[in-house]
Design a protein around this ligand. Sequence first.
Ligand code: FCB
Length: 442
Amino acid sequence: MKFPEGFKFGVASSSAQTEGCGFEGGRGLSIWDVFAEKPNAIRGGFKPSQAACESYRMFDTDLKNLIGLGVNSYRMSIAWERVLPEGTGALNQKGTDYYKRCFDKLLEAGIAPNVTLYHWDLPQKLEEKGGWLSRDSKRWFQEYADKMFRLYGDIIPNWVTLNEPISVFCGYGLGFFAPGYTNKAWGNQARHNVMTASGAAVEAYRASGHKGEIGVVVDIWKRIPMTNTPEDIALARDEDEENWKFYTDRLLGGGYSDYILDKFEKEGTLMQMEDEDFRLTNLPIDFYGMNYYNTVPVSTKKENIVGANQGGNFAEDRKVSNPEGLYDVLHMIRDMYKLKIPIYISENGYGHDGPETVNAADGMVHDDYRIEYLSKALEAVEKLIADGVDIRGYYLWTLMDNWEWSAGHDVKYGLLHTDFETYERTWKKSAYWYRDFIAQSR
Ligand code: FCB
């Protein structure tokens, strides 16, 4: 199918997962640098400073690969702790120059930067002041956002305030992401505050007068009850409310559901909230970014769960089985909130848990499973466009195998294979496939 004129075919990445190069260029510590030092926090003990892709010095190589793929947009994030090592206050010139150069080079190549302000790497200095638990966090984030808009607002067409705010709940409430706390009341407060901060960044963007787009990325992991029993239906409902509706209700629906407020009240985990918080998140945004990887089968009885898996970062087995689900899930969100704003598929991809080796005979990784997943997901995007859904772009996660948070190096999502000894990038079969798909779709 030919995609609409101007449709963005991209790949997505994030600073903590790709930049590496230690603390070169004056990068400050992030909560993930500190978390990675804890025993067993990261599979294999890999640290983001040492075990990402060295893109801080290899950006030109990445650019060459992006050009080779034929993408017209690159979703990347700014490391808050690189540009503001203290979190607030003085900018680090080497850090801001680095991003300026990346953005200029991308634009020269006809690749639109789509820039995320917060992809999970909170400056450690701010964590020491309470991190996302602090009500000051919205002011810190607004200051940072405002500084970025002043520096780059005239050249960046698309901004994302937050990537997947659930990561903050995983960090403060569940403990498997940085900073590693396991207190549900904290998790709830932190996720409430990060949403407020997102609104504060939107406010700063409007005040800056720039005319690009600003939006928010929320990942959807729709639960599918495995039986029609009231128990399974109730469980699916509860997990939907906790895992994604919390964020979409606030962002796209104006506030939290009675279900979630009652539940937190009963648990004694209800967050402190002020009207101002909702005023900020109710400021209009220009697009909604959906990250979609999979749906999640649920049942109170384990034996009912067939092909149990969640995908992304959250799975135990990290397998993905339902690329087609993207179609129904996107329709569901549009209907649920009567969405009128444009939509981006801001992440979608296939994680392979285990090694992928470069075939000596043809120098390629034969990742046919990834191609199968991607072709089904992109078919779903085609169907949505044919239905008249206003999807403006598709970003494949990710350009190259990188540092996959708590999964370390175990899970591979790249179109390109990364050799973590030499940092050499090698095109997998799926990279050629995506290149050809893009070429045929224009
Ligand atoms: C998403 C994250 C991204 C990456 C993929 C696999 O949840 O946004 O950084 O880890 O999962």
